[in-house]
Design a protein around this ligand. Structure first.
Ligand SMILES: Cc1cc2nc3c(=O)[nH]c(=O)nc-3n(C[C@H](O)[C@H](O)[C@H](O)COP(=O)(O)OP(=O)(O)OC[C@H]3O[C@@H](n4cnc5c(N)ncnc54)[C@H](O)[C@@H]3O)c2cc1C
Length: 573
């Protein structure tokens, strides 16, 4: 098969989404200078948009093509950098379980673990043997992919998730959004699917991925019900409704392979002897023995971070960002982004416009847009009582009235907080508590019109932009909601962003606060080769909470990487 890159086709097409097969086939025939009959089949590997010239927007395709006489054609086009053999991106397992001839655990050890295993696991004889059944804490994207790979490799993982199954969790989350009733163990951050379940489901990442793990993540998502186009569009997204069903489908797959997923199971302690993990203790008091523990707890597991620190598992403070959510009319962003080409037809083909902005402020801070959600809503994302935190989400259609994005300022441990690995987490808590009070102490979020924020005067009434945040906002002055350096950097950035997106400084635009959970405030440091904690054997920090991912896709990829290391170790047992 050949991969043909940089096939550019103008966006003048009758097809609803992208170009028709006939249009692409014609372009291929022209590019390769072959007969139509010699194209056996083709598929789209990637499709990007080149919108640098707003009057001449292009789709840029990478295509995988099966042709008659491939070797001859390749030889003829050997100097063309855009015609190459298609690389093999198929996922390969690094190790698989060997049931039922798995070596049995050593006598004493086996007896000890058999005794301490919960009754539902008694009698388990496959999946790496009784002693070595891997345990995964957290069922967000990192935990899901760690579990899926281990299950597919035959290692029958046990997953412990503090929150509820996704349907019940959805009810609890909507209860918070509608009635301000927060459930601390079942919310936007905690429960089946993890933090990204109620999200835009954006699926791109800038991580290096030489082994194509990202494709494995996307393939599994499609198998679980994601739209197939996520495999090739340059900025794929799923939207929140589909995510719920997908997460359930993936759970069922893991279970069908012998994995076990237990909800309402919060890991409250980890037993470590001679620097080796021995067991986890649940909130119920139950003890589950394991020598292979994947910690995929996400960026909001603050009590778990404290427990990890208490157990002397090495953690360090990590940079993250703080700021607000900003809302504009989506039409303002569309018109600014698509310029003269803007039309309803173009919108129907390209979808609501996105943006990504950065400003280096004069006080040395960087301000950037974060997790932009076209046609979406601002989300109440608290997981702790008496605290307010924002985030954003969209449905697949992205057709709500407002565009929203985090507008956040980078902070670093060396400069911004004392020599304590948990100080960043404390800063997050303090800012979220302040926001709760500014919002009226009932989970409404404090909000301010952009014009008033820039003029440093409290807002008293809404203008053209109405807030999408539920359970509602309370107009106030956000200039006191963040440290001064962050406020001054954001005040400088908004007019600077307006030079790139006309109207970004719209006086009636809305800021809602606070955005603090942009990533984990700590890193559970791990060994680069084995991916184990640097001072605790058998403990595999994984995903965003461990400081090794920053989104759904990268968390899934990290889950795969960690699962491979666990598989390799289990296969040696
Ligand atoms: C509203 C919102 C919108 C977002 N939108 C996007 C987006 O569009 N695209 C994108 O790429 N990213 C998005 N993100 C970020 C993304 O969700 C995270 O980067 C990703 O979920 C991290 O995956 P993870 O598996 O590492 O952690 P998480 O998804 O946070 O999962 C961790 C899981 O561990 C569980 N847990 C924690 N502590 C314990 C414990 N002690 N015992 C048992 N279980 C525990 C939690 O309940 C949780 O389910 C969004 C996040 C939010 C909140």
């Amino acid at each position: 098969m050949l991969r043909i890159t940089e096939i550019k086709l103008p966006l003048i097409t009758s097809a609803e989404a992208g170009h028709s097969d006939a249009e692409i086939r014609t372009a291929l025939i022209k590019k390769l200078a072959i007969n139509a009959a010699d194209i056996v089949s083709f598929s789209i590997f990637k499709r990007g948009v080149d919108a640098r010239k707003s009057h001449a927007i292009l789709f840029v395709y990478s295509l995988d093509v099966v042709v008659n006489g491939e070797a001859k054609l390749l030889a003829k086009l050997v100097k063309d950098p855009h015609v190459k053999p298609t690389p093999d991106t198929q996922y390969q397992f690094v190790a698989t379980a060997t049931p039922p001839s798995q070596p049995s655990p050593s006598k004493g050890e086996g007896a000890k673990f058999a005794q301490s295993l919960p009754s539902h696991s008694q009698g388990e004889s496959q999946g790496g043997g009784l002693t070595h059944r891997p345990v995964i804490v957290g069922f967000g994207p990192a935990g899901i992919f760690a579990a899926l790979i281990l299950a597919q490799a035959g290692f029958k993982p046990i997953v412990l998730e503090r929150g509820k199954a996704v349907r019940e969790r959805t009810k609890d989350t909507f209860n918070f959004w509608r009635k301000s009733e927060l459930s601390p163990e079942s919310n936007v951050q905690f429960g089946e699917g993890g933090a990204g379940t109620f999200s835009d489901g954006k699926l791109w990442s800038q991580i290096k991925d030489p082994k194509h793990y990202g494709r494995k993540v996307l393939q599994e998502f499609v198998a679980a019900g994601a739209p197939p186009e996520i495999m090739y569009v340059s900025h794929p997204h799923i939207g929140t409704f589909r995510l719920v069903g997908m997460v359930e489908a993936m759970r069922k797959t893991i279970e069908s392979l012998g994995g076990e997923i237990r909800f309402g199971c919060r890991v409250d302690d980890i037993e470590i002897e001679q620097n080796q993990v021995q067991a986890v203790i649940l909130n119920s008091g139950e003890r589950i023995a394991t020598k292979h523990l994947v910690l995929a707890v996400g960026h909001s597991a603050r009590d778990t971070f404290e427990m990890i620190h208490r157990n002397n598992i090495y953690i360090e403070a990590k940079p993250f960002s703080i700021g607000f959510r900003i809302e504009h009319p989506q039409s303002l962003i569309d018109k600014a982004r698509y310029g003269n080409s803007y039309s309803e037809d173009l919108l129907s083909k390209l979808g609501s416009a996105e943006y990504k902005l950065v400003h280096h402020a004069s006080n040395g801070r960087s301000v950037y847009s974060f997790c932009m959600c076209p046609g979406g809503t601002v989300v109440a994302a608290a997981s702790e009582a008496g605290r307010v935190v924002t985030n954003g989400m969209s449905q697949y259609s992205r057709n709500e009235r407002n565009a929203n994005a985090g507008i956040v300022v980078g902070i670093t441990p060396e400069v911004d907080y004392p020599d304590n690995p948990l100080a960043g987490m404390q800063l997050q808590r303090d800012l979220e508590s302040t926001a709760y009070v500014l919002g009226g102490s009932n989970y409404a979020a404090p909000a301010q019109l952009i014009g008033d924020f820039l003029a440093n005067k409290p807002s008293t009434q809404f203008g053209e932009v109405l807030p999408s945040y539920t359970p509602g906002v309370h107009l106030s002055n956000l200039n006191t909601a963040l440290p001064e350096f962050a406020i001054s950097a954001i005040r400088e950035a908004i007019p600077a962003f307006a030079k790139q997106i006309k109207g970004y400084d719209l006086a009636d635009g809305l800021l809602t606060g606070v955005e603090t959970r942009t990533s984990a405030p700590i890193r559970i440091k791990r060994n680069d080769d084995t991916l184990e904690s640097i001072n605790t054997k058998g403990l595999y920090p994984c995903g965003e909470g461990a400081g090794y991912a920053g989104g759904i896709l990268s968390a899934g990829v990290d889950g795969i990487r960690v699962a491979e290391m666990v598989s390799l170790n289990l296969s040696k047992v």
